[in-house]
Ligand binder design. Structure first.
Ligand code: FCB
Length: 451
């Protein structure tokens, strides 16, 4: 750590920079059968034996549906001025389409009000993977109609919340939704077909493009912004022989969704794999490439591919870097990757604005008692955040138009197939009693924001 990093503070970033945390509906809300919510593909998947670690489900999670006031108070206590949350489609439309479930919409209405009264800017993600099961039963994202239902859902939500939401994010990490859900099967709906994956990918993008003008139309905030969030990892060749492999992995992991959004085409490098399945209809690429106001960047790690693991599924064997630290997810800590990616989006894609919409780390946390009460000492997470903030600062110096940063995550939560075994929060959650304890990393963030 340089002296500069040790003293890093809010004032090292532009005025009006937004500092927030991010969460997702299925990971924190619980209350899966309350107030008319319909089932999502994650309810089905997590309740299928063998799909999640320890058989964990989101049935209760952080009970945020009931404790949201307490959670907003925590954000305020930390000094955050933004919050990225996601809206559960099956709470709003239990069947995925048709009649609004008013009570479901009321929850987000209350949440957004609560944020506003605490001076926290709401950034709402419309799709963070919890597709209504009723739509999956009709083919899910592989069915073109799902893109239209998505735009309709976006319409219903934004009519109600469009006067207060500052940032609208159509999709969260569509790559993960398409690929882990339909090719590797690690996520809901747990399928393994390249054709379904490619169809789902295209219709996710189409849904995004169809929703954008609807959101713009319904928004009543003059400063509202509209974009999408993608997942990225920083790919470098694992050895002298894997240059080409790294280019392909980068095209698959990072450009499969980025290029259509900003260049209106799919990467050439993927043509042999995806073109035979792509259900592109005339006009689609223009809809998909409708200009956004920002790109949301989720960044966690670097990858060093050395060979294919399973060529048909485009999975790769990777080298571990002996000098590096790895998180509890097995992800390499590599802040420089964030800097390089942000600069690349600026230089190669001319992205108008960037937000880091997720960044953070899972480590083994232990709840302890000291004189002051319950504490969690998490120096690794604290260092991770500080070093990535510093990388973001460097990227801004290099010209990247970064306007905000959302730490993943506010709370420990349901980490998908890993269940509750991985903790990403800057706030510890005791799942026995729903107690929240601000970890050392959260206290550090609080100090960082105070200065
Ligand atoms: C991202 C997801 C988020 C969380 C983090 C750790 O891929 O968007 O929900 O699981 O990883």
């Amino acid at each position: 750590m340089t002296e500069q990093q040790a003293g890093l503070s809010r004032t090292d970033f532009p005025d009006n920079f937004i500092w927030g945390t991010a969460t997702a509906s299925y990971q924190i809300e619980g209350a899966v059968e309350e107030d008319g919510r319909g089932p999502s593909i994650w309810d089905t998947f997590s309740h299928t034996p063998g799909k999640t670690s320890n058989g964990d489900t989101g049935d209760v999670a952080d009970n945020h549906y009931h404790l949201y006031r307490r959670d907003v108070a925590l954000m305020r206590q930390i000094g955050l001025n933004g919050y990225r949350f996601s809206i559960s489609w099956p709470r709003i439309l239990p069947e995925g389409r048709g009649q609004i479930n008013q009570k479901g919409l009321d929850f987000y209405n209350r949440l957004v009000d609560e944020l506003a009264s605490n001076n926290i800017l709401p950034f709402a993600t419309l799709y963070h993977w919890d597709l209504p099961q009723a739509l999956q039963d009709k083919g899910g994202w592989a069915n073109r109609d799902t893109a239209k239902y998505f735009a309709d859902y976006a319409d219903k939500v934004s009519r109600k919340l469009g006067d207060r939401v500052k940032g609208w994010i159509t999709l969260n990490e569509p790559w993960v939704a398409a690929v882990l859900g339909n090719l590797t099967g690690e996520h809901a709906p747990g399928l393994s077909s390249m054709e379904t994956t490619v169809r789902a990918a295209h219709h996710l993008l189409l849904g995004h493009g169809l929703a954008l003008p609807v959101l713009r139309e319904n928004s009543q905030r003059a400063d509202a912004e509209f974009g999408a969030t993608l997942s990225f990892n920083y790919v470098e060749p694992g050895d002298d022989h894997s240059e080409e492999l790294a280019i392909l992995k980068d095209a698959w992991d990072n450009r499969f969704f980025l290029d259509p959004l900003f260049k209106k085409n799919y990467p050439e490098e993927l043509a042999g794999i995806i073109n035979q399945y792509l259900p592109v209809e005339p006009g689609d690429m223009d809809i998909i490439g409708t200009p956004v106001d920002f790109l949301g960047v989720n960044y966690y790690f670097r990858t060093l591919p050395v060979a294919y693991e399973d060529k048909a599924k485009l999975t790769f064997k990777q080298r571990k870097n002996p000098g590096s630290q790895y998180t509890a997810m097995g992800w390499e800590v590599y802040p420089e990757g964030l800097r390089n990616l942000l600069v690349r989006f600026h230089k190669d894609y001319n992205v108008p604005k960037l937000y880091v919409t997720e960044n953070g780390a899972a480590f083994e946390d232990r709840l302890q008692q000291d004189q002051s009460g319950a504490v969690v000492h998490d120096p690794d997470r604290l260092n991770y955040l500080r070093d990535h903030f510093e990388a973001a600062r460097q990227a801004i110096k290099d010209g990247a138009p970064l306007a905000g940063y959302f730490v993943w995550s506010l709370l420990d939560n349901f980490e998908w197939a890993h269940g509750y075994s991985k903790r990403f929060g800057i706030v510890y959650v005791d799942y026995q009693n729903q107690q929240r304890v601000l970890k050392d990393s959260g206290k550090w963030l609080q100090q960082f924001l105070e200065k």
